[in-house]
Design a protein around this ligand. Structure first.
Ligand SMILES: C[S@@+](CC[C@H](N)C(=O)[O-])C[C@H]1O[C@@H](n2cnc3c(N)ncnc32)[C@H](O)[C@@H]1O
Length: 226
């Protein structure tokens, strides 16, 4: 896709992120950027691949996609998407197409993307496992789902900083800080290839999953016709 477009309109109700949008980059920009950079490296996207970025926000995580990659970025907040569209108005990011969509019910076909990336968004949705299943569904078998998030049970490097960051995040937004990584992966039908602590004091977790091949059912035994 060669242009930045805004499509779809799941609900006209302003979200928390519509209100946060003007301040978002100041509050969540630099501090969370090391994780975004590390996720991009771990995702190892190549020219010719199709990528879905879920909860793209103002586009802070999408600044370094290599040339030749086709990127679709979705988000529920129209205000966040407007900021992303402004950021991507010129090359080299002009190949990012934007759409307003709910991550819990993606209006996208099965097996569409080589990589599906969800930076800092699984904590902020009401049903994380439903979102995890959607990420898996739209990723092709053998593709990768990359999660950058706070997960409980992923071995915080500093429990004190972890608790403090959780309190701050909960004050700033509607965040479920304690999603258990194992429960989330099992419910979503995903298995982690790697789990890595990132950002200051290892507060965030980068999880790279490979989507397994679809189960092949053996053909039904044919009935003997006499
Ligand atoms: C903490 S921000 C992360 C933004 C961006 N990924 C980043 O790295 O800065 C969470 C984003 O998820 C979006 N979001 C929340 N619920 C969503 C949903 N159900 N479907 C799609 N996006 C959603 C918010 O509008 C917001 O832009």
């Amino acid at each position: 896709m060669n242009s930045t477009t805004a499509l779809g309109s799941p609900s006209s109700m302003p979200s928390l992120y519509d209100r946060l949008a003007p301040l978002y980059d100041v509050v969540y920009g630099l501090g969370l950027q090391p994780g975004r950079r590390r996720a991009m490296a771990a995702m190892a996207v190549r020219a010719g691949e199709r990528v879905l970025e879920v909860g793209i926000g103002t586009g802070l995580g999408a600044l370094t996609y290599p040339a030749g990659v086709s990127v679709v970025g979705i988000d529920l907040s129209a205000a966040m998407l407007r900021r992303a569209a402004h950021r991507f108005r010129r090359p080299p990011q002009a190949h990012v197409a934007l759409a307003r969509m709910d991550a819990g019910a993606l209006a996208l076909p099965d097996d569409t993307f080589d990589a599906v990336y969800a930076p800092y968004m699984v904590n902020v949705v009401p049903d994380p496992v439903a979102v995890g299943r959607e990420l898996r569904r739209v990723c092709r078998p053998g593709g990768r789902v990359v999660l950058l998030n706070h997960f409980a049970g992923a071995g915080a490097a500093s429990p004190v900083v972890d608790r403090l960051a959780g309190r701050i995040a909960a004050r700033l937004g509607d965040v479920d800080w304690d999603i258990d990584l194992g429960t989330f992966l099992a419910g979503s039908g995903l298995a982690a290839l790697s789990v890595e602590r990132v950002n200051f004091a290892g507060v965030s977790t980068l999880v790279v999953c490979r989507v397994p091949s679809r189960t092949l059912h053996p053909p039904c035994p044919s009935k003997e016709v006499s």
